[in-house]
Design a protein around this ligand. Structure first.
Ligand code: CA
Length: 432
């Protein structure tokens, strides 16, 4: 390095010496000896002097520079190596930092988790609000239950006082009368086949006869268009003063008429809108079990002034009228259980439950028509006679005002002078 510095200095010197003819007597004093040499100043001669004078220092400095350069070169190499190493490391790092599918998946999962967490928070808020609603509803339910209990208590107390149930019990109303009951009213009876006692209205007359009432119409206050279960269990209201309408229930009627081998008489009592009263008796009246659809059977018409409508009626429409409107042997039908002999449903079109054939000459569970007279126009969509009918007394377009169906053992009808006793008693019903 020192050589090259001298060479450089020599070249500069030679260059200057070759052009020395042009040098115009420069002096050092006027040369600005600063480090940068300036532009064309000092003159070439002065530079040569300067160089020679300062060459040892320069050499030293050059040597130092050389050393420094070497040191720098070494450092540079080290730095290069470090850089290379770092580049490799970076490459490797970049390589290794390539997001793998699992990483991608887990990061997207993380996003989802964050989203879900937000949703969960919102839903938790909604849940809290809903829980509050539920709590307030529960409180209200509790209040209502308390109110219901209070009402129940209130209702049960005066009801006990108002409705008098007679203390004597028996297998039916005649049994009750036989045990000394003399007042008509509500009694508990338990036919031999019955599993539990049930309430009935007993009509007890001055002769000690106890009729068990199974049906009552009097003012149209109860709708008799009911389904099978309702007719099975009974509906309407029992009252101790015989002021309410009801159907006792097919199951109870079945138990009452089949628990004893003694014949039972069904008495049908009718009142029209002019206040006339008539009756019809049927002996050996029985209602079959539910398995037999509460089939109606009786031995024979036992008399009365209302006529034998259960035997069917010749309406004059068709020779088979009487056959297809008789009721003995018919099963019970309701709008939801059609056991009749008709292609359609008699119970549905006539709005009742009854021992329908195709369809009826007697129809005591029919629609209540105040005033009695009605026509096809009043009947609605079907146009059939659907009133309270006993066609051997009034036509099928006349609906009766009051009906009673009640049963009593045959022995009690015949005991006091045969069926005439019954006629007399019914005739005097208004005085009872
Ligand atoms: Ca049918």
């Amino acid at each position: 390095m020192a050589l090259s510095v001298f060479a450089t200095a020599g070249i500069i010197f030679l260059l200057f010496t070759s052009t020395s003819a042009q040098i115009r007597g420069d002096s050092h004093a006027t040369c600005n000896m600063n480090d940068g040499f300036g532009k064309y100043c000092p003159t070439t001669c002065g530079v040569a002097d300067y160089l020679f004078r300062y060459s040892p220092v320069v050499n030293e400095e050059l040597t130092a520079m050389h050393n420094n350069l070497e040191l720098i070169a070494n450092l540079t190499r080290g730095a290069d190596e470090t850089i290379t190493y770092m580049k490799d490391s970076t490459a490797a790092a970049q390589k290794s930092s390539q997001p793998d599918p699992n990483y991608k998946r887990s990061s997207s999962m993380l996003d989802d988790v964050l989203r879900y967490e937000k949703t969960i928070l919102e839903q938790e808020q909604q849940l809290i609000e809903l829980q509050n609603v539920i709590l307030s509803n529960e409180r209200r339910m509790g209040d209502l239950k308390k109110l219901a209990l209070n009402l129940q208590q209130k209702c049960s107390e005066p009801c006990r006082d108002m409705v008098q149930i007679q203390p004597i019990t028996g297998t039916d109303c005649q049994d009750v009368a036989n045990k000394g009951a003399t007042t008509s009213g509500l009694y508990y009876v338990k036919p031999t086949k019955a599993q539990a006692q049930f309430l009935v209205y007993c009509e007890i007359d001055k002769f000690g006869r106890g009729f068990t009432v199974i049906q009552r119409r009097r003012d149209g206050s109860v709708d008799f268009f009911k389904d099978w279960i309702q007719y099975k269990e009974g509906f309407g209201y029992l009252s101790p003063d015989d002021t309410t309408e009801f159907w006792l229930g097919n199951e109870k009627i079945h138990l009452l008429t089949t628990s004893s081998t003694l014949p039972t008489v069904l008495r049908v009592e009718l009142v029209d809108w002019e206040g006339n009263k008539r009756y019809a008796d049927y002996n050996m009246f029985r209602i079959g079990s539910e398995a037999d659809m509460y089939r109606l059977t009786y031995g024979y018409y036992f008399g009365g002034d209302a006529g034998d409508a259960f035997d069917g009626y010749d309406f004059g429409d068709d020779p088979s009228d009487k056959f297809y409107t008789s009721h003995n042997g018919m099963q019970f039908s309701t709008h939801d259980k059609d056991n009749d002999k008709y292609a359609g449903s008699c119970a549905q079109q006539d709005g009742s439950g009854w021992w329908m054939n195709k369809c009826h000459a007697a129809h005591l569970n029919g629609k209540y028509y105040p005033g009695g007279r009605y026509s096809e126009k009043d009947v609605g969509e079907y146009g059939f006679d659907n009133g309270i009918i006993w066609v051997t007394w009034h036509s099928r377009w006349y609906s009766l005002k009051e009906t009673t169906m009640k049963i009593i053992p045959l022995s009690r009808i015949t005991a006091g002078g045969g069926q005439q006793t019954g006629v007399k008693q019914f005739g005097g019903l208004g005085d009872v």
